[in-house]
Ligand binder design. Structure first.
Ligand code: APR
Length: 248
């Protein structure tokens, strides 16, 4: 914990990179955790790609309606709010996230790059007309033009929003500290960014309770603490440092 605290307070451009492990302590499942990840219960090949949207429309819609109804039950945890405070205090510069729950913005972060889109919007796959969450949850799944309504999430096989990915690459190359919170780092091109940070000279810290695909590149691995606990522990010291700074 002290290593990460020292790195955070001695770096000039810390960037945070989050995956689904950031939101499990809010109650949302991640995708690949042993025995509890979403892909242990659902098959992404049948549900989370554009082919499924066209050829398996009912199962596709049921799956995303289920995920959205689950999301509505949960909210950001203390760790999300701490990251919001750290951005406001200038301690961290931005958050690059693979998550689609919108919890970072709900917790006060503004400089957030959502590589995989978000559940915040739903639109017709054909005419792009937007539909509200409530309409989708209460049964609207086909647009008046006949197209299928889908969340603003990047499906497998779709490309990432280029403007967002470009900004994430710029942030990654500016980082002198790149902290991964809760990702198996198994999905590209998102998982290229921690490597990019390393190649650009940043220190790479991976906080994850299971091994990830990039552990061998990390300067520090933290697997014994959950993300929320770790952020809360570090924040006790950060608040003291910020209080001292205010007094001087
Ligand atoms: N503290 C620390 N680590 C955690 C915690 C926690 N509280 N909860 C879960 N983890 C770890 C798990 O061990 C797992 O390795 O977080 C990691 C989450 O990995 P994934 O489930 O693979 O999620 P992610 O890396 O975000 O997936 C990337 O895959 O399915 C696609 O588009 C989807 O954005 C997602 C992408």
């Amino acid at each position: 914990m002290h290593t990460l605290l020292n790195l955070l307070t001695s770096s000039s451009y810390p960037v945070i990179y989050t995956g689904a492990g950031m939101s499990t302590e809010s109650g949302l499942p991640d995708f690949r955790s042993k025995s509890r990840g979403l892909w242990e219960r659902f098959n992404p090949d049948e549900l989370a790609n554009v082919q499924a949207l066209h050829n398996n429309t009912k199962a596709f819609t049921d799956f995303y309606r289920y995920r959205l109804s689950e999301l509505n039950k949960y909210k950001p945890h203390e760790g999300h709010f701490i990251l919001g405070k750290w951005e406001k205090a200038g301690l961290i510069k931005s958050i690059i996230t693979q998550n689609v729950d919108g919890f970072h913005q709900d917790a006060g972060n503004e400089n957030v790059m959502e590589l995989h889109g978000s559940f915040r919007t739903l639109h017709c796959n054909e005419c792009k007309k937007e539909t509200s969450r409530n309409a989708y949850l209460s049964g609207t799944s086909i647009c008046s033009c006949g197209g299928t309504i889908r969340p603003g999430i990047v499906l497998f096989g779709e490309s990432l929003p280029q403007n967002v990915f470009k900004k994430a690459e710029q942030e990654t190359r500016k980082a002198d500290l790149f902290i991964v919170l809760g990702s198996s780092l198994s999905v590209s091109p998102a998982n290229l960014l921690p490597l990019d940070a390393k190649e650009s000279g940043a220190k790479l810290v991976i906080v994850n309770r299971e091994p990830t695909e990039l552990d061998t590149y990390a300067d520090h691995l933290i697997g014994s603490r959950t993300i929320k606990e770790l952020l809360m522990d570090i924040n006790v010291h950060v608040e003291e440092l910020l209080a001292d700074k205010d007094e001087t």
